[in-house]
Ligand binder design. Sequence first.
Ligand SMILES: [Fe+2]
Length: 422
Amino acid sequence: MKYWFNEPELKAILPLAASSAVRGLSSNFNTPRIFMGPNALPKGKGLGASSIDFIGAKCSKKRAFIITDDFAKRFSARVSKAFEASGFKTQIWSNALPEAPLSNVKECSEIMSQFNPDLIVALGGGSIIDGAKGAWIYYERPDVTDLRVLSPFEPLGLRKKAIFAAIPTTSGTGSECTATAVIHDTENNRKIPVANSDLLPDFAILVPEFTMTMPPKLTAGTGLDVLSHAMDAIMSPAASDLSDAINLSAIKTVFKFLPRAYHHGQDREARFRMLVASSLGGIGIQTSGAALTHSFGHSLGSLFHVHHGIAVGIFIPFVFQFYREVSDKYLEICDALKIEGKTKQERFHGLMEKVRTLFKELEVPLNLKDLEISKENLEEKMEKLALFTHEDIDSVFSPRPITIDQCKKIFRYAFEGKSIDF
Ligand SMILES: [Fe+2]
C-alpha cells in the first residue's frame, strides 16, 4: 500500500526542511483560539464573551454537528445546551470508535453531510478528535477517496462548509492543538498520520471537569503521551525557541501534576494543569514534531494493540539513550527539572531515573516484557515492527538517523529493559 509518508523524495527533503536552521527562517507558529476558565463552556450568562460567542460569530447557519463516542457522550448534553442557548441547532453523533477506523470516519462524514453543519464539534479523547478531522475532510472534499495519499504540502481547502472546534475529554494527544489526525487503516493494520495545516482546529475548549472521570490507567497512559510529545520535541532538529519554551513547561507540569491526577482523579487543579499541558504538548509537536518515541510507539500500538500513551511512553528512556550519542540537548530538560550532577553523564542518568520513578509511581511497565508480550510474538512480528518504525514519519524528526537494524535492536533491548549501548 502506498502512503504519502513513504515517498522517497519527501523523506529526502523533510529532514532538511525540518532542521532548525531552515525553520528558523521560515517557520510560522499556529495555534487554535484556546478557551479556558468559566467562559470556556458557560452554563448560563457569564461575564464577558464566551467561547460560544466567538464561535457563533463565525457561523451564519448556526448548525453544530457534535461528534462523540459512547464514553464522552455523557458530556454532550452540556455541550449542545451551551450551543443551543446561543441559537445553534445541534445534532449529536455518538458512534465514533476508538482508534478512528477508516470505515467509521467515512460513516461519520455521511451522517454529517445529511445534517450539513457549519460547525463541527469533536468531543472526546484524541482518537475521537482525529476521527472527526478525517470526517471533516470527507465532508468538505467528497472528491478525496483515499486519506493515505494526501500530501501534507497541498492545502486541503477546508472551511468552505464548516469550521472546527475540539473539546478534549482526556489529557494526552493534544489533538485539539495539532494539524494532524491519526486514522486507523484497519485493512492493513496500520496508522495513517494525515498531516495538513488546514486540519488545525479553529477553537479548543478546555473543560477540566470532562477529564475527571478518566480512570487512573487512562490518566497514566494519556499523561505519558504528553511527556513523550514534549520530551521528544525538545530533541527534535525542528525545535525552536518557541517550541522549547512550550515543551519545557509541559514537561515540568507532567512531573508535578500527573501523579496527583493519577492518585486523585477529582483533584481539579491537577486535572486542569494536565489538560493545559496536553494542549502545550500538542502545540509543541505541531511546531517541532515528536520523534522516535512515536515511531516505535506507533508500530507497537498497531501490531500489539497497546494504548498509544503507554506504547510511546515506554520508549522514552531507550530513545533518549540512543539520541545521547549525538545530542546533549536533554540538559535543557535537566535544567528545567533541576536535575544536577558533576558531569553530563550524571545528569543524564538523573533524568532517566526521574522518568523511571514516574513510571513506577504510575504503575506503568518499564519494558515490553511486562506488557505481556512474549519473546516469540515479538520476534514473529519483528520485521514489520522495524519496517513500520523506520518508515514512520516521526523518524524524520529524530536527532539521530536510525537504520532498520537499529530499530530491531532497540525493540529487543526495550523488551528486556536493557540500556542502549550503541
Ligand atoms: Fe502521541
